[in-house]
Design a protein around this ligand. Structure first.
Ligand SMILES: NC(=O)c1ccc[n+]([C@@H]2O[C@H](COP(=O)([O-])OP(=O)(O)OC[C@H]3O[C@@H](n4cnc5c(N)ncnc54)[C@H](O)[C@@H]3O)[C@@H](O)[C@H]2O)c1
Ligand SMILES: [Zn+2]
Length: 350
């Protein structure tokens, strides 16, 4: 005997992302703003001049990737229980990707899911992390291994917050932004190549273009069954670099910059990209002081480390490769020898 539960109805998770100066918003419910001491010190007063609620609470989590863990998520959840949040209550993530990922995750599990809004304050989180509903945290087994897809109700991107961002953090955001241009949009890459991102209006335009690109990919493949994986361009390599350097030497976006150069070396070897295109990408990254070289100690162990990545299966490694500039190819059948020789070639460039 079988009982069937018909669950085919689709849920509408659509939401708007505004890229403009913050506007006044009142929420007729309990709201908790989750942030860290650094962002709060710099910008909480400004935020509070725009946000009001029936009851408003602030939850502060220590600053840093090392705090993107169960303990911090528990801190958020306990605060929600203590303040008797219910299923109509709401969270606001106010900070970079670390705060955004954890707040979203806490929102996804509190009483089986409550609403949250993203107000990202780093360039990386404005162009990438706050959009698309991937939430999560790290544990002893690795980064982002625990999480849920939980879309925000809205994303408020105000480039004003970026005025206080450290230059290296800005560069890391540029790396994730150009990643989307290289894989999906040649015109966007050309725009970035000639853009002066220090100019506020130009920066806002670039953010908008990156968000549009990510939004259209997420709309086609919300849960990463295929196309969305293309946003991991450069990341297979970056994760090995981050692991080898204990997450201390490079910011994530910086490791992605090196990873994109490595991926392009593979693209060139496969005839997907020519040397000139690879050089254009490298020059662009260097303009933003992003690292483009890395001393690979041992190509074989670097290759073996790909298998530890959660995107790889036991037998094959998925490589996200740019085809020229503006198109992407997802490949599972690249020969080990070709990768090793591309890694060798990459090493020779230093
Ligand atoms: N969910 C996704 O789709 C997705 C995508 C990409 C990255 N991520 C995650 O995002 C995280 C990285 O995000 P990040 O680069 O924003 O790092 P982060 O959140 O650690 O922020 C970087 C630093 O900048 C500080 N900061 C934040 N806003 C500031 C401001 N306006 N002025 C000055 N300093 C400010 C933070 O306090 C922190 O010290 C990683 O954990 C990564 O896994 C998630
Ligand atoms: Zn990334």
């Amino acid at each position: 005997m079988q009982v069937n539960i018909p669950l085919k109805k689709t849920v509408d998770n659509s939401y708007d992302i505004s890229i403009e100066a913050l506007k006044k918003n009142h929420f007729d419910t309990k709201v908790a703003i989750v942030t860290n001491p650094k962002v709060a010190g710099l910008h909480l007063a400004y935020l509070l001049s725009f946000i009001s609620a029936k009851e408003l609470f602030i939850i502060t989590i220590s600053d840093g990737e090392e705090y993107k863990n169960q303990e911090s998520v528990d801190t958020i959840l306990e605060s929600l229980f203590n303040h008797r949040f219910n299923r109509k209550s709401m969270l606001i993530a106010f900070g970079g990707g670390v705060i955004g990922d954890m707040t979203g995750y806490a929102a996804s599990i509190y009483q089986r899911g409550i609403d949250f809004i993203q107000i990202p304050t780093t360039l990386l989180s404005q162009v990438d992390a706050s959009v698309g509903g991937k939430t999560g945290m790290n544990n002893a087994y690795g980064k982002n291994l625990i999480g849920a897809f939980h879309q925000p109700k809205a994303v408020f991107i105000d480039p004003y917050f970026l005025n206080t961002l450290a230059p290296r953090e800005f560069g890391a955001g540029v790396a994730e932004m150009v990643k989307m241009a290289i894989t999906f949009d040649k015109e966007f890459f050309e725009f970035l190549e000639s853009a002066e991102l220090k100019d506020k209006e130009v920066l806002a335009k670039a953010i908008k273009k990156a968000v549009q690109t990510k939004a259209s990919v997420v709309a086609k493949d919300e849960k990463e069954h295929g196309l969305r994986a293309a946003l991991n361009y450069g990341h297979t390599f970056a994760h090995v670099i981050e692991n080898e350097t204990d997450y201390k030497e490079f910011l994530h976006g910086e490791a992605v910059a090196i990873g994109m150069i490595m991926a392009n070396e593979v693209s060139v070897s496969l005839g997907l990209m020519n040397e000139d295109e690879a050089l254009r990408v490298k020059r662009f990254l260097q303009k933003y002081n992003l690292p483009t070289s890395y001393k690979i100690k041992n190509e074989n162990s670097f290759y073996e480390a790909f298998f530890l990545d959660k995107k790889s299966s036991d037998e094959s490694i998925t490589f996200i490769l740019a085809r020229g500039i503006g198109e992407v190819e997802i490949k599972n059948d690249v020969e080990r020898s070709l990768i090793i020789s591309a890694l060798n070639k990459f090493g020779d460039l230093i």
